[in-house]
Design a protein around this ligand. Sequence first.
Ligand code: UD1
Length: 417
Amino acid sequence: MNSIHIQGGVALQGKVRIQGSKNAVLPILAATLLTKETSYIRNCPRIADVYKMVSLLKSLGCSVSWDEGGIRINAERVCCGDMPVEAVTGMRSSLCLLGALIGRCGEVIMEHPGGCVIGERPIDLHIQALEQMGVVFREEEGRMMAFAQNLHGAEITLPFASVGATENIILAAVMAEGDTIVYGAAKEPEIEALCSYLECCGANIDGAGSSVLRIRGGRPLYDAEYLVPADRIVAGTYLFGCLGTGGNTLLEQAPWKDMKSVIRIAEQMGAQCTVAEEGLYVQAPERPKSIGFLRTEPYPGFPTDLQSMALAVQTLGDGDCVIEETIFENRFRVVEPLKKMGADIEVQGAGRILVRGRETLRGTAVEAKELRGGAALVLAGLMAEGETTITGCQYIYRGYENICRDLRELGARIISV
Ligand code: UD1
């Protein structure tokens, strides 16, 4: 299933259920290493990154089984041996095993984690923070080795609110001796989800969702059942799909409380968004409005993960829009394929583009180069006249359980081949 074919020009109509959150479930799966009992993680999305994390957990000695409702993980016997190189390097989130394994075993040997090609993605903040907690790092033959003989709490100030670094600190800190305070912590909902799972296991964490976290270390952790929240980025993707096609949809179980900045931008583009118990209703105008300016920011600002989708919609806007990307320097790889589809986009420097809205996009063959840019191409295909073929879809399946099925439920003419 490596290509997606779309006959564009159909307005999305109807309802679709939003899958569990990728960015929440991955650190939670890593966190299951911290208890020797059985965890049951419900509503796990069936996506490539989750399969990779499961294979990593198995390689570490966990017994893992899927059922209809979720994944059961028993981490009674964990050996900090070799992890499959491909699973580590193929996925940035393998990095949260660093904090989890330091917490569980006091040592880690792993390749440098990979991920999308959206930027340089250094890990200096992770390393500096864990060093403050007593972790010693070494590099041997390109592999990263980390040891902690005496893992202890610390007062850590993050110079940038890195999501991954905040997660790694939390994972190590719940197992460390003494308290850890994190200033400048990331406030993303996925951090709250991780903390709330760990609290179900018996951890004590104050301040989740704020920039100051206090974690009491060394408490025993027990078995827990946890329901993964719905994916705000997938919900946002379908919201922009609805906007770009002039549709009318219900995004069932969309986590609208975590989507305020996204809803605000969608409303500026002309959408009518109504929140209800069952999810988020979106009614789009015939043509999206151009919003003039959009900048990505850490939560609660507009998420970098939805920038490409907002950009795709703005290509059909009724005027101009400048988009500034402030989180990842390489999130504009989608510009070239969008231009091939007829979009008018000018790159104005690193991290800044100008989109001039046009009447139409035309379907053609394009290639996905990364996860979110790939999803944006799917939206562009829905918005375009004629047929669009997208290759490189393995990136899209990293984060979307079944984007073609979901969009077909909304009436789109889309298949994967
Ligand atoms: C997570 C999300 C990703 C989202 C991003 C920002 C997961 C699996 N991924 O990625 O989808 O786009 O948050 O919301 O949850 N940085 C450093 N040094 C570090 C760490 C980060 O310079 O040690 C930089 C990065 O290069 C990037 C910025 O900080 O420019 C943000 O990174 P971070 O918040 O850590 O994102 P991730 O955790 O990688």
